[in-house]
Design a protein around this ligand. Structure first.
Ligand code: IMP
Length: 421
């Protein structure tokens, strides 16, 4: 039986959490395969807002096992807080949450290095969430990292100390950056004891058995395609492979098992942090989108930059991920717009282009098409056929441009506010 993938096609914050939560009951396992506590997946369960950073969004579905994969970087402190927040809603959490033994651990000094490195970048800041993500992945590829499975060896604290010493040598270059290491370490070691109570597994064997038994697996992406370390708006990206390919390395699953790839895109674009964003609107329309969409970071609270849907960028993401189904979210945010726009090409010194360039700075401006808005509340629509004509026209543009069907439409934050195409 297959592995289906759900991931973001823009710069993150596409509303993946809700879709994973909704679809999760069709799967016996939901896995996170990359990223870490930089992610913030927002779900509304019985009207209550919950933000998950590390725990997969299938945790609220009974009988669904949730795995934190080897491609994830895990901060035990954040995980502990998260568990505390949802404990009353998920009494059987310890039976249904498991961690790969190969998952990398974020140390307090990783966070300190993140803060120092970002400060040193000055104007070239990436806008990192400062959760220690980049430095932890650097230690992973530098072959210095500490993994969850290491915690069960008698000498792991020595390994911790020697890695910390390496970090402290590096940090001597930044004496001006303050960080209360003692306090963070105390909390970290306390959280490690709690972490050890969670089931640690060889996830690749576990998943293989599930597939052999005919069970379905869902892989839940974090961040978005344009933040992919290889194919995103480099260097303004995160440090992992956020695209479908990351599922294989981040879980130990062979490509042949992947079947559906559900790509999630918002009906407009947003981005937190710095970096290229061709269709960005730095005017009152952008401000209107931000207000209507409550576009403030769920992990950092930062205001998100807003702009029209960018079909050039979206098509690129569809190609990279092998998207089989598109899911368009936050369509309701455009309910009151008299007209809606979409970017269809970029203007460069060498003329108009319909692909993303190597150097994003080559883009001088964008060309948009303008479509009539649907100008009505769609909360009463539960069927694709009953959607306003203008909204169907908007979706047709997306399908034609991306050559991919829109199979799902999210019309509000609640679990049931979904329309199947
Ligand atoms: P880092 O992964 O925290 O180092 O951040 C790198 C870039 O990715 C920054 O621009 C962040 O704002 C952005 N980023 C990281 N995680 C997310 C996310 O879950 N949603 C949206 N943007 C993110």
């Amino acid at each position: 039986m297959p592995v289906d993938v759900i991931l973001g096609l823009q710069w993150g914050d596409e509303g993946k959490g809700k879709i994973v939560d909704y679809l999760a009951d069709k799967y016996s396992v939901v896995c996170r395969f990359q990223g870490g506590p930089n992610a913030g997946h927002t779900l509304y369960i019985n009207g209550e807002k919950i933000v998950l950073h590390t725990i997969p969004s299938g945790i609220f579905r009974e009988n669904v096992v949730n795995i934190i994969g080897n491609g994830v970087v895990l901060d035990p402190v954040t995980l502990n807080h998260e568990i505390g927040e949802i404990a009353s809603l998920v009494p059987d959490l310890h039976e249904r949450l498991m961690i790969s033994d190969k998952t990398q651990l974020i140390l307090p000094t990783h966070r300190w290095i993140d803060i120092a490195s970002e400060a040193a970048k000055g104007k070239e800041k990436i806008g990192s969430t400062l959760r220690g993500i980049g430095p932890c992945y650097m230690d992973k590829t530098g072959r210095n990292g500490l993994r969850v499975g290491d915690l069960f060896s008698p000498n792991w604290e020595n390994d911790y100390r020697s890695l910390k010493e390496k970090h402290l040598i590096f940090l001597r270059q930044f004496p001006e950056v303050e960080f209360n290491l003692n306090q963070h370490e105390t909390e970290w070691f306390k959280s490690i004891e709690d972490l050890k109570r969670i089931k640690v597994i060889q996830a690749e064997y576990f998943l293989h058995e599930k597939l052999r038994n005919g069970e379905n697996i869902m892989a839940e992406g974090a961040q978005g395609t344009m933040l992919d370390v290889d194919h995103g708006t480099y260097p303004f990206v995160t440090s992992s492979n956020t695209i479908t390919a990351g599922v294989c390395t981040g879980l130990g699953l062979a490509p042949k098992h992947i079947q559906r790839v559900i790509g999630i895109a918002k009906a407009y674009c947003t981005r937190v942090g710095s970096g290229p964003f061709p269709s960005e609107l730095q005017d009152e329309v952008g401000e209107r989108l931000r207000k209507a969409g409550h576009e403030f970071g769920s992990t950092t609270g930062r205001p998100r930059r807003c702009g029209w849907l960018d079909l050039v960028q979206l098509r690129y993401s569809v190609i990279l991920n092998g998207v089989t189904d598109l899911c368009i979210t936050k369509v309701d945010i455009l309910n009151d717009f008299e007209k809606v726009c979409m970017t269809t090409s970029y203007e460069t010194a060498n003329g108009r282009i319909e692909h993303v360039p190597f150097n994003w700075k080559d883009i001088h401006s964008v060309h948009n098409i303008e479509l009539p808005g649907w100008n009505q509340d769609i909360s009463g629509c539960h069927n694709y056929n009953h959607l306003p004509k203008a909204l169907k026209g908007f979706l047709d543009q997306i399908q034609t441009h991306c050559q991919t069907p829109v199979s799902l439409l999210s019309t509000g934050p609640e679990r049931e506010q979904l329309i199947f195409g």
